[in-house]
Ligand binder design. Structure first.
Ligand code: S3P
Length: 178
């Protein structure tokens, strides 16, 4: 079985959906950002602060290429990964790519929740007007995200419902619900 690859903007629900998908299919979940953090020995926030975005993107490219050359995993990728053409090629060839989509306002509210629970700090949204930045980045990335095999609108869906949709879109020889 090829990989199932989750892409989409920050706070679109990739990690949560990935966890449920992993439980439902029995396939291991690999979070590309966690692999980067492990290798760098520091948080994403710290990589951006110490070395800048270009170094983070180079690490990300390395990790995505490696993960996509393996099989049978649920891969959750950071929000910018699918924007890079090399990553995009590797992901589209390495499995079924699902882009989780959400409106800017939905993303903004989910990010606020993440911040409040201390789940993740997003350096790209650290400025004074995160909602505006979300809109700008979404507009810049829309074309790339649109190249996923399937896009799922998550605004009105629970993570379980997103998983249901994704499983229904998989080819029939792939593992389905257990
Ligand atoms: C980024 C998204 C983050 C992380 C980094 C950059 C992006 O991952 O990779 O902060 O460019 O959208 P999440 O999508 O898991 O927040």
């Amino acid at each position: 079985m090829d990989n199932i690859i989750l892409v989409g903007f920050m706070a679109s629900g990739k990690s949560h959906v990935g966890r449920i998908l992993s439980e439902r299919t029995g396939m291991p979940l690999v979070d590309a950002d966690s692999v980067i953090v492990e290798r760098a020995g520091k948080s994403i926030e710290q990589i951006f602060a110490d070395e800048g975005e270009a170094v983070f993107r180079a690490l990300e490219r390395e990790v995505i290429a490696e993960l996509c050359s393996d099989k049978g995993q649920i891969i959750s990728a950071g929000g910018g990964a699918f924007v890079d053409p090399d990553n995009r090629r590797a992901m589209l060839a390495g499995g079924m790519v699902f882009c989780l989509q959400a409106r800017p306002e939905t993303i903004y509210h989910r990010l606020k929740l993440d911040n409040e629970t201390g789940q993740a700090v997003r350096p790209l949204l650290a400025g004074p007007d995160p909602l505006r930045r979300i809109r700008e980045l979404l507009a810049q990335r829309a074309e790339a995200y649109g190249q996923a095999h399937h896009c799922i609108d998550t605004d009105e869906l629970t993570p379980e419902e997103v998983v249901e949709q994704a499983l229904n879109l998989l080819p029939t020889d792939a593992p389905s619900s257990t």
